[in-house]
Design a protein around this ligand. Structure first.
Ligand code: SF4
Ligand code: SF4
Length: 481
């Protein structure tokens, strides 16, 4: 009777996809849990942090104030005009992601992607309900969707809290005083969170997300990826020789058993690696698009290897192009390589532009545009008036009144439409919103009306200190050329 077994003759078990992946303990599970706790805490806690800005300004540390077209991040206030900083942040995030993928495969997907974090959370809910009420019980089947929908509502509320005052949002929602956008966004996000994390789950990663399609272009032979060490795992199969009845030659039997074991690889085909996998793939079939690089199969297999007293690392993060690939030695990671250097330089460039832009934020923004329609109005006393749209916004700690005057048009007077008095310098109180948007009427002094177009400069000063806050150039139009 043949006592050796080749790879080809070992029967393979076909894994059956579990509806809920099994739990596992280990290094990557711990990292994944810690990161999930930090990210969820960040998401749910940040809108509740307060930051005193004085006056009637919002005291929420991080707030995207869409109606006010501004964003508060602790002591900083950003306006749409600061878009280059946001572009810098996006470039930084993109190249940091490219670098992380080139270095360690889909770590973003496996550890920090919101889809992964929320799906993991929802899987945990399902496991706890099964444990608490009994697997398949009516109570468990009722409790799962109830808790998951509650979590989806909470998630949607957490999102809306970044755009509204978190402290008053719950009562506003109940009393109907919250903005319509809050109800719509909470409704949509509740539905999508439940749909993606409780229903679609890993199907999002497998069939909907475009990122796996891009990542192939980012990986190279030096990238760390989750690999099954086929050279030591195959031929897979049970370690123990099957018992046969009627054998009496114990020494021969022991010899046969020893030979049997020596022909086997380290994989005992227990399917633990498949059963813990959130996307349900069998990494022993090689690197696949469905692998999100979470490392849970590494933990599962290490547990098994420890139990059967074999070296851990049958499944491990490995560098396929490394000299240590195909050996028991730890993989060698090559950090400095052209692609990584390029990404690092681009990240540094983006970071530099963010820092430069933030340090040079304009505190006062003055803008003036001629009103549409006729360029000038001839008044009954013969003088000529031009109408402008005037906008002023500031992010200074305090500014109560501003004064405005014109240069380049001697004797010209100004007034806002709501005032009857024209003067060479007008003063206006700054509202709590720290923004003024109004019509400004500039009238040339009699006898000093320019012929055709004249360059003028509008100067804005702090009415109390006299300090210049900003100026803006425009044209004054008179009759003739
Ligand atoms: S967990 Fe390890 S031993 Fe078990 S099937 Fe997977 S690779 Fe083989
Ligand atoms: S194969 Fe392993 S690393 Fe890849 S998704 Fe499954 S458990 Fe995670």
């Amino acid at each position: 009777m043949a006592t050796t077994t080749s790879h080809d003759t070992v029967s393979r078990r076909s894994p059956t996809r579990l509806p809920i992946p099994q739990t596992v303990r280990g290094r990557y599970r711990t990292i994944k849990t810690c990161l999930a706790v930090v990210l969820l805490a960040f998401y749910f806690v940040v809108p509740w942090i307060r930051w005193n800005r004085g006056g009637l300004l919002p005291d929420q540390a991080v707030l995207f104030d869409l109606p006010g077209r501004r964003m508060f991040i602790f002591g900083l206030e950003f306006w749409p005009q600061d878009l280059p900083i946001a572009v810098g942040a996006l470039i930084l995030a993109a190249f940091a992601l490219f670098g992380a993928t080139t270095l360690a495969g889909r770590v973003w997907c496996g550890f920090t992607c919101p889809q992964t974090v929320w799906t993991d959370l929802f899987f945990t809910v399902e496991r706890y309900c099964d444990r608490l009420f009994g697997k398949g019980s009516v109570l468990s089947r009722v409790a799962k969707p109830v808790v998951q929908i509650a979590l989806a509502i909470l998630t949607a509320f957490g999102f809306a809290a970044f755009f509204n005052d978190a402290s008053t949002l719950p009562s506003d929602l109940v009393t109907g005083a919250a903005p319509t956008g809050a109800y719509i966004s909470i409704g949509i996000l509740t539905l999508t969170t439940w749909l993606f994390a409780a229903y679609a789950k890993e199907r999002v990663c497998l069939h909907m997300c475009p990122w796996p399609r891009f990542q192939a272009a980012l990986l190279d032979k030096d990238s760390l990826v989750v690999t099954y060490q086929q050279w030591r795992g195959e031929p897979r199969g049970k370690k123990k020789m099957p018992l046969r009845s009627g054998l009496t030659d114990l020494a021969g039997l022991a010899r046969q058993a020893s030979q049997f074991e020596q022909t086997r690889g380290d994989c005992i085909d227990c399917l633990r690696c498949v059963n813990v996998c959130p996307t349900g793939i069998d990494i022993r079939d090689g690197l696949q698009m469905g692998c999100i690089g979470c490392g849970l199969c590494v933990d599962a297999c290490d547990e098994v290897m420890t139990k059967i007293e074999r070296p851990t690392g049958l499944i491990r993060f490995d560098v396929e192009g490394s000299e240590t690939a195909g050996s028991f030695q730890a993989p060698q990671i090559r950090l400095v390589r052209p692609k990584m250097v390029l990404y690092a330089l681009l990240c540094l460039g983006a970071l530099g532009s963010i820092v430069f832009g933030t340090l040079n934020l304009k505190s006062v923004l003055v803008d003036i545009d001629p009103q549409r329609g006729q360029p000038f109005v001839q008044l009954s006393d013969g003088s000529v008036r031009n109408d402008f749209s005037f906008r002023l916004a500031h992010r200074l700690p305090s500014l109560s009144r501003v004064a405005i005057h014109v240069e380049g048009l001697p004797g010209a007077t100004l007034r806002f439409p709501e005032s009857d008095n024209s003067s060479e310098a007008v003063e206006i109180a700054m509202p709590e919103s720290r923004r003024i948007s109004d019509r400004l009427l500039i009238t040339a002094a009699p006898g000093k009306t320019p012929s055709g177009r004249e360059s003028i400069r509008l100067v804005v000063t702090d009415a109390e200190s006299g300090a210049t806050l900003g100026n803006v150039d425009t044209y004054f139009w008179g009759p003739g050329r």
